[in-house]
Design a binder for this molecule. Structure first.
Ligand code: ADP
Length: 254
């Protein structure tokens, strides 16, 4: 049996007959950091959303921590997990989006403790204590009582990372976490992600930050038009790509 934390086999996904994932195979081992690279529209976000069951796949299978997630079979029959199962499976996964999606009327700390208190059933005192630790971990212990509008984009994204960590996920998914930020704020978010990786978090990161991918990823996966074109160690794929499509993509973003 596979020891992978995420195992995806031949995953397909269509939107209104338009196939955007065309048979994705990907295993992610515990403590592994995988960066997904590829041009806009290649299916990277959709794939992350499938792992988190924000989308139901139309073919293939995805296991997270050995547990099968929902899918639609060839005859269009939905093998959906119960809402309770999906909620439980999602609790193992923290997701960070391009736009930080913080609650605007809640402070940084309130944003972080929302899920542990309301979904995780933790006491407020316990959740606050842990929330403060997490805000400290992302370098924001002095901003606990600030509202999102009082924080820079980089600080908001760091709160979003602390919030995603608050349920003690086994896996973190990052969907272009720095692409909505002003360039001078990108570094502070990447630093937090780098530390998380060093602490052994399993991470799948959609990013255009080649420096981060080269330094932090154990593996990079290049996707184009709904397929994995090539994958391997960052130095191999980024510095010595084998496929024309990878070469073209890398030459454009450099
Ligand atoms: P990437 O993250 O690589 O930029 P996406 O996964 O966002 O790519 O998108 C892949 C393709 O799927 C695009 O053509 C996009 O327009 C399409 N797509 C994504 N989400 C939806 C949706 N909810 N409905 C219809 N089409 C979608």
């Amino acid at each position: 049996m596979s020891t992978a934390l995420v195992q995806a086999i031949n995953v397909t996904k269509n939107f209104h007959g338009n196939e955007v994932l065309k048979g994705i195979d990907l295993d992610v081992e515990q403590r592994e950091v995988v960066c997904l690279l590829g041009p806009s529209g290649s299916g990277k976000t959709t794939f992350l959303r499938c792992i988190n069951q924000l989308e139901t796949i139309n073919g293939g299978r995805i296991w997270v921590d050995g547990e099968l997630t929902g899918y639609e079979d060839r005859n269009g029959r939905l093998h959906r997990r119960t809402n309770k199962d999906i909620a439980r499976q999602r609790r193992q996964i923290g997701m960070v989006f391009q736009r930080f999606n913080l609650f605007p009327h809640k402070t940084a700390l309130e944003n972080v403790v929302e899920a542990p208190v309301h979904v995780g059933g933790r006491s407020k005192a316990e959740a606050n204590k842990r929330g403060l630790e997490l805000l400290d971990r992302v370098g924001l212990s002095d901003r606990c009582d600030h509202y999102p509008a009082q924080l820079s984009g980089g600080q908001q994204q760091r709160v979003a990372i602390a919030r995603a960590l608050a349920m003690d996920p086994k896996l973190m998914l990052f969907d272009e976490p720095t692409s909505a930020l002003d360039p001078e704020l990108v570094g502070e978010v990447l630093t937090v992600m780098r530390e998380l990786a060093q602490q052994g978090m399993t991470m799948i990161v959609v990013t255009h930050e080649m420096g981060f991918a080269r330094d932090v990823a154990d593996r990079v996966v290049f996707m184009d038009a709904g397929v994995v074109v090539e994958q391997g160690a960052p130095t191999d794929v980024i510095d010595n790509p084998q496929h024309e499509r990878t070469k073209t993509f890398l030459s454009r973003i450099r």
